[in-house]
Design a protein around this ligand. Structure first.
Ligand code: NOJ
Length: 669
């Protein structure tokens, strides 16, 4: 990622005067366009912030502070000075939903002193105010008498000035694989972020965090039951503490995205902007792309991970998948169950796994060579059953093996309620482990697809080999969930909730809904929606989920096998949380556009002006649309494929079936 241009203006001032005997205020800071306004004050020793959007208070008096073993900040604080600054830069992504991202904000840094029972503590609050929201963090510099910090509680509040419709999931859900049920904010229990709120038809707020590298993940809960004043609740260690840190300490950024439309929530890049720039010097080996996998068969119980009569990861089967990938333009083949140790998987035991030794019926070296000869990469699979320490002991040799065999991506997995039987995935312990894996993988030129992760916070800007993560109730639930599969509104909700945290490895692309093991469970979508999900649910490594025999000769294969996974530009002409999303993306490597629309349980009429196309240019659009009488529940299979001549004055008219979708390839002629 390159910095394209930079401008910075800094103004430093001494402590503001006390306005009354017990209040101090720093100057308000507005966003570059002036629509978002941040105020910060200290009253009776307690620091707080407020946020206005177009003059209206959206975040009311919200106190900040941190409770530590050796004292508390935010109880007896005074402002000792402040400075304001501005930046307007553009950086280039290695991959992503757009090639260039503008980072344009006004910043307020307030230097504070906590009187403290055991002596003063210096700290600062730093706010970056954007036109679509803000981020802020605590900075505790190195200082005499404060070497290490044990955080017992982060006291940050988000006092929402209304009782909006809210989407969030219970923080106890170990891997965030849950359905989002909208409710009023006052009814929210403790929820992991992102938490998404609809205040009105023209005001949306999403609360999350950025740059979680060595801290505990953020959850929020009402300060008292029924209140809309939320407070941070950090995922604790098993011993109850939240964070062990040394100074200087910069916390992750707390982000509040504040927009007029739900589409703008999805297009906000505050989280990425608040992460550190790329830490890798050479990124030439990082290759976004599409892959298939020996995978769905296991979830349907047609294959086993374990070696035996139904073993999926055999040499012969993998060769079939490699051939198919080569014939249909897929870059990779994921093979699960290739390595020794799956005997323990059903018992939840990960310490029997070897990440370097294949089962005897899997010729790892020969297959890697065969794949290379056909221009395809094997993708490694490292399921750990959450035995992270066992994995850490082997990961360097595992990644070195990948590097030697030309395997440039690994899917990691942490099935197990607690990491190393003790700590939560979102705890500081988990956060440290996941980051270590990314860093070690990068040394060996291996990209990571992290399943059962901590909720993403934009680290892919710093480590662009962190390609994609699960942390979502994905397509696999359509194979075995007791509730019959993901309901149609799920996939029109997650783009506005979990999707705000970054790429999702949802793995759409199932074409055959036969399920012998669980006949009542299957994707609750039409086939056209399966195609459209491959574009809407962004993932730079995107797996088409189905078994290859279900793709052979299918007209929908053309879309999912050719749709790019890195873009020059993304636009979202229409979107409504839980109802529909329509998105168009311009390919980063050609002048072609790809368009997709998905709907929830109700049908949706699409009438879309193609005015984003280049004026004067001619295009051929290949449309993959719901066929006659298609319906996610009663008739999921009808798919129509046809061509249209279009230009930037054309209007695309399509009727999406209930639970349906549409996908369109628009090629410039
Ligand atoms: C759960 C993962 O999400 C899934 O993709 C994988 O197949 C299994 N664990 C086994 O690792």
């Amino acid at each position: 990622m390159k910095l394209i241009n930079a401008s910075l203006l800094i103004l430093t001032l001494a402590a503001p005067a006390l306005t009354q005997s017990c209040s101090q205020m720093s100057p308000d800071v507005t966003s570059p366009a002036g629509n978002i306004q941040l105020s910060f004050s200290v009253h009776d020793g307690r620091p707080f912030y407020m946020v206005r959007s177009d003059g209206e208070v959206v975040i009311d008096t919200s106190y900040v502070g941190i409770s530590m073993k050796n004292g508390q900040i935010g109880r007896n604080t005074e402002i000792v000075g402040y400075n304001t600054s501005s930046a307007d830069t553009v950086w280039e992504t290695v991959w992503g939903e757009e090639q260039f991202i503008r980072d344009h904000y006004n910043q307020l840094r307030v230097n504070l002193r906590e009187k403290g029972d055991n002596g003063p503590i210096e700290y600062a609050m730093v706010f970056r105010v954007y036109d679509d929201g803000l981020g802020f963090r605590y900075e505790i510099p190195a200082q005499a008498g404060l070497d290490s910090i044990t955080i017992l509680d982060e006291l940050t509040e988000f006092n929402i000035a209304s009782n909006p419709e809210t989407w969030g999931i219970d923080w106890k859900n170990a891997y965030y694989e849950a359905l989002y049920h909208p409710r009023n904010l006052a009814e929210l229990d403790t929820a992991s972020t992102p938490v998404t709120m609809k205040v009105s038809d023209s005001l949306y707020i999403a609360l999350h965090e950025a740059a979680l590298t060595d801290y505990a993940s953020l959850n929020v809960h009402p300060t008292t039951p029924g209140s809309t004043r939320l407070k941070a609740f950090l995922t604790p260690w098993s011993t109850g503490e939240k964070v062990f840190a040394s100074v200087p300490l910069n916390t992750p950024w707390r982000t509040l995205t504040i927009t007029k439309t739900p589409a703008q929530l999805m297009l906000s890049r505050i989280m990425l902007n608040l992460n550190e720039p790329c830490a890798l010097e050479d990124v030439s080996w990082i290759e976004p792309g599409r892959y298939i996998g020996i995978w769905w068969g296991m979830h349907l119980r047609d294959y086993t991970w374990l070696a035996g009569p139904k073993h999926g990861a055999t040499t012969e089967n993998t060769r079939r998948y490699i051939d198919f990938a080569a014939d249909h333009g897929y870059q990779g083949v994921l093979v699960e169950g290739w390595n020794k140790g799956w005997e323990g998987y059903n018992r939840g035991v990960g310490d029997e796994f070897s990440f370097t030794e294949p089962y005897p019926d899997y010729d790892l070296e020969g297959l890697a060579e065969y794949a290379r000869s056909k221009g395809v990469r094997l993708i490694a699979h490292h399921e750990t059953c959450a035995d992270a320490a066992h994995y850490e002991a082997q990961m360097d040799s595992a990644f070195a093996l990948c590097e030697r065999l030309g395997i440039n991506a690994a899917k990691t997995g942490y099935v197990g309620q607690l990491i190393d039987r003790r700590e939560r995935h979102g705890s500081q312990y988990g956060v440290r482990h996941y980051r270590k894996v990314i860093e070690h993988a990068a040394k060996h030129h291996v990209m990571i697809d992290n399943h059962e992760p901590v909720m993403p916070t934009g680290l892919q800007r710093t480590y662009p080999n962190l390609m994609t993560q699960e942390g979502v109730r994905g397509q696999e639930w359509d194979a075995w969930s007791a509730d019959g599969g993901n309901p149609p509104e799920h996939t029109v909700t997650i783009p506005f909730t979990r999707g705000l945290a970054g790429p999702m490895d949802f793995t759409p692309g199932t074409f055959n809904y036969t399920n012998h093991a669980n006949p009542a469970t299957r994707p609750r979508t039409t086939i056209a929606k399966q195609l459209a999900l491959a574009l809407v649910l962004y993932s730079p490594l995107q797996m088409s989920s189905d078994k290859i025999e279900n793709y052979e000769g299918h007209p929908g294969l053309e879309f999912i096998s050719s749709c790019p996974t890195t873009w020059a530009e993304t636009i979202i002409p229409e979107a409504e949380i839980g109802r529909y999303v329509t998105m168009a993306r311009k390919d980063r490597n050609s002048d072609d556009w790809y368009l997709a629309s998905i709907t929830g349980k109700d049908g949706h009429e699409l009438s879309l002006p193609l005015d984003f196309l280049e004026a004067g240019a001619k295009y051929k659009a290949r449309v993959f649309a719901d066929g006659k009488d298609a319906h996610y529940d009663t008739n999921p299979y009808p798919l129509d494929v046809y061509d249209l001549d279009v230009d930037n004055r054309s209007v695309l008219n399509l009727q999406l079936a209930p639970g349906g979708g549409a996908a369109v390839i628009i090629k410039k002629l």
